[in-house]
Design a protein around this ligand. Sequence first.
Ligand code: HEM
Length: 211
Amino acid sequence: MQDKSSIKIHRLSVRVFHWLNAIAIVMMVLSGWQIYNATQFWSDGWAFPAWATLGDWLGGGIRWHFAAMWLLMINLAVYLLIGLFSGHFKRRFFPVTPRSVTSDFIKAARFKLPHDHVNYNSVQKASYIGVLLVIIVTIVSGFEIWKPVQLQALGWFMGGYEGARRIHFIGMTLICAFIVMHLALVAIVPSTLIPMITGKWRNKAENNHVV
Ligand code: HEM
């Protein structure tokens, strides 16, 4: 029998994308840290902790990085196509304006923003759109670092090989900052997690958190 108190809030394609994307991003970041360590990215000898890296050595880090890159790119491309053509982005990520983001941010900072399980608030909308754009720019700058000779035109646009390296590093840092904030928000409103797995949200009174 259909449970009338539960409603579907995340379609299957979004959930599959979300979790494959999370796995791919974590693999890319940890193997990227291994590559930074192995190539002495920091001139003062600082290194990412070994336990937080993937791949053990430069070649291993690069192999993990490339394997995860294909997973990330194919998964992201399918999500973007479905999101654009199904109306998912239009419905869930828009409208959003600087004014609505500022207003929701102020409410959230005062713990006066009620969490709506069906509609994202403007801060969520802006951060989801933002992280997707940052992921795309980070992938493109990664291609420039990988094939700087073949992709000279792209390099010119990104400030050459060194410019692309900087953009790639800044992109990685912004993605990590997003993950920290995203996980903190999920921890504050844990009832959002099960729907991202099952797709369904059970409308119970105790779910009306205020963030
Ligand atoms: C690692 C990189 C991650 C990225 C880039 C990411 C990105 C996103 C995006 C773009 C959405 C909106 C999806 C849509 O409606 O199309 C979303 C929603 C969500 N994510 Fe993530 N995510 C990441 C990791 C995680 C992790 C590790 C968790 C939980 C442990 C998580 C939990 C959630 C939940 C619960 C929602 C739904 C929020 C709500 O309904 O209010 N995410 N995420």
